[in-house]
Design a binder for this molecule. Sequence first.
Ligand SMILES: [Zn+2]
Length: 361
Amino acid sequence: MKLKPWVKKALSFIMIGIIIGIIGFEVVKYFHKDTEKIDNSLLKEHNIAEKYASKTLEYVLKNNIYEEKYLDEYAQIEFNDAANFKEILLTFLPKGYRGEEINYLFNLSQTNLDKLKEKDYLDLKNYYQIKNFNVDNFERYNAYYQKNSKYSYADVVTYVNINLDLPVYTNPAEVSEPNDLLVLVNKYNCLPKNYSPSDLTNVNGTYGSVPMRRVAKEALEKLQKAVQSEANFVLLPTTAYRNYSFQSTLYNNYVAKDGVAAADTYSARPGCSEHQTGLAIDLKNPATSSDIRLTEENYEWLKNNSYRFGFIIRFPKAKEFITGYQEENWHIRYVGMDAAKTIYENNLTLEEYVDLYVKKY
Ligand SMILES: [Zn+2]
């Protein structure tokens, strides 16, 4: 079909009109960015070009904290009604933090901000969005990253927070809440010598009765029923709670046999074994040989199902550098249902979980 010339012309005019309209609208929108929200009379009063108009600028003008040298920065700082908005601007702009960095500071806890206030400018660009960032460890993060640049900054933060950059057993912290179900006991966090759980209860094990905390016993019984009905084998505890002096004897025997360095890779020093919490259990299938390890088949079930009962595989393969121990496919640890599920689904260790989900920085 052939269009009449005047129709063609009319159509072209309409098209051109639409294009000009769109361009014009965008141009107007660009130059009036945010201006509808802000008070233009303030800009005029201070002789400020409209391109700087922002809610933050309006805020500083109204609150009499305007400083011309930060004009560019105000335009980049997203206004928010945080109670400490004014404090952050007044404290951190003069330290040299720029607009986008100021935006990041609003995500930090008051604890971290208070620490930052005491310090000169720190270049935080690599740590934006890392929720477990701890100002105290800033220099250690950078030093650790220098040596381990294969890790992401998020991993660097977690690994340093759990002290992987420090030699083991140098100055272990004493665990303050040993009864907590998420208690972390390792080569950096040890239990008081005289700690013993008050709710120990016995479970039938491979070599006699095995004491453990009541909550672990109840969960273990459910796990045992499930493994029998779902996978048709039996798991019995060989050992669970061990007191300080028993661990001491064990460890010293290993040291006498293999030396300190080797013993430390598979046995905990007294006070630093999570068996003392009464929440760790070593399991065995009594139908198999005397080998301490579970068969791959048995382990496969345990690895993929123990979380359903609140347990985790505490020393998994490929995580030795975090846990500080060789893989132990027979050692499970009760942590509760929620933590166990998160740890399983995200392939974490207890160290990582506690740092990412429990600790507050
Ligand atoms: Zn164990």
